[in-house]
Design a protein around this ligand. Structure first.
Ligand code: DP6
Length: 344
């Protein structure tokens, strides 16, 4: 794919008294090299580089309408009113978009997550990527993808990566850098891999990633070691993706996951995302590799679920094996997916 140098093109259209609306769709992404820790909390800059794969099965559709008849922002997530925290984060992004567009109109935001299950997989990545695209379009701002990635990053750093499809990199941020954005490495067609997602428990996680990584930074004795190790692992993963070398990507990806979980576990109070099914799944992935010779590697985020990266041709066998792991709720297969799209 061509590496485009998108120039930020912020353009303000004249405000009209009518509601202006736009709809956007974004896919969630899974980090192969993990982001855990911020170098600048105010600007939401990651302390480490991360590399992700955008996924086709986990989709968020968001509709935004700036409506002059509204006295305050109205936010509906999956058909229900948003929690206080979610509402505050959505309004923060809307305020930034309004400031840039020079408008004060309140907005109606409707968001729907088309995820195979509601078991704590709901992702801020697809949510804030779709919101950034829909809100800027509805406000009449004509911004490029790089600028969209910056806007998404301010609300959730992983969302900066969901602007692009396929394999994406978000570099570490130098404190004070307002311009940090993710950039595409390779599009979805680059490599025929699959991510087998195994749900290890029902219900939402107890410590959100924003809070978890801050607690790790403040209290974990392993935080500095993690920050030290992460760039080397990200480099190995980037090179492995370029060479379609699953062994290289997989080994570094597993270490990235286990190193950030070790850092989280050693926080005070401890951040323990794992459930019994998590351990059963990690062992099942290892056994597929060591006993059956299938190249497959595990990754996890800030929750109990295990995601297994393998070649697309092995996905059905991996899925069948993970479904047999004790305590597993559901297993589905995701493939590399597209970047954010604004729909008329
Ligand atoms: C463990 O992007 O949710 O999933 O920037 O505070 O919104 P904020 O954090 P978020 O963190 C994701 C952490 C992770 C790893 C990753 O996706 O890289």
């Amino acid at each position: 794919m061509t590496r485009r140098r998108a120039r930020p093109r912020a353009k303000v259209t004249s405000p009209t008294p009518r509601a202006k609306a736009a709809q956007a769709r974004a896919c969630a992404n899974i980090a192969l090299a993990k982001y855990w820790g911020k170098s600048d909390v105010e600007l939401n800059l990651p302390a480490v580089p991360s590399i992700s794969l955008t996924l086709d099965r986990l989709v968020t559709d968001t509709h935004v309408a700036f409506d002059p008849s509204l006295a305050s922002d109205a936010i509906v997530i999956d058909g229900a009113g948003a929690s206080r925290t979610a509402r505050a984060r959505v309004i923060e992004m809307l305020d930034r978009v309004r400031a840039r567009a020079g408008i004060e109109t309140r907005a109606r935001v409707e968001t729907a997550n088309a995820f195979p299950t509601a078991a704590g997989l709901a992702s801020s990545a697809s949510g804030f990527a779709a919101l950034a695209a829909a809100a800027t379009a509805a406000a009449g701002l004509d911004v490029g993808q790089k600028e969209l990635s910056r806007i998404a990053r301010r609300s959730s750093a992983s969302a900066a990566r969901s602007i692009w499809g396929g394999f994406v990199k978000l570099p570490a941020g130098v404190p004070g850098d307002t311009r940090l954005a993710a950039r595409p490495l390779f599009d979805a067609a680059h490599w025929d891999v699959a991510l087998v997602v195994a749900i290890a428990a029902a219900g939402p996680k107890d410590v959100g990633s924003t809070e978890g990584m801050e607690r790790s930074r403040r209290t974990s004795p392993y935080y500095d070691a993690w920050i030290d190790a992460a760039p080397r692992l990200a480099r190995a993963i980037e090179r492995g993706i370029a060479g379609r070398d699953l062994e290289r990507v997989g080994r570094a990806m597993e270490q990235s996951t286990l190193a950030f979980h070790a850092c989280a576990l050693a926080s005070d109070p401890a951040i323990l995302y794992w459930q019994p099914a998590t351990v059963a799944l990690l062992r099942a992935v290892r056994s597929l590799r060591e006993d059956r010779g299938i190249p497959v590697f595990a990754t996890m985020d800030a929750g109990p679920h295990v995601k297994a990266l393998c070649l697309a041709r092995d996905a059905a066998r991996v899925r069948a094996a993970l479904r047999r792991a004790a305590g597993v709720v559901e297993v589905f297969v995701a493939r590399p997916g597209p970047g954010v799209e604004v729909r008329a």
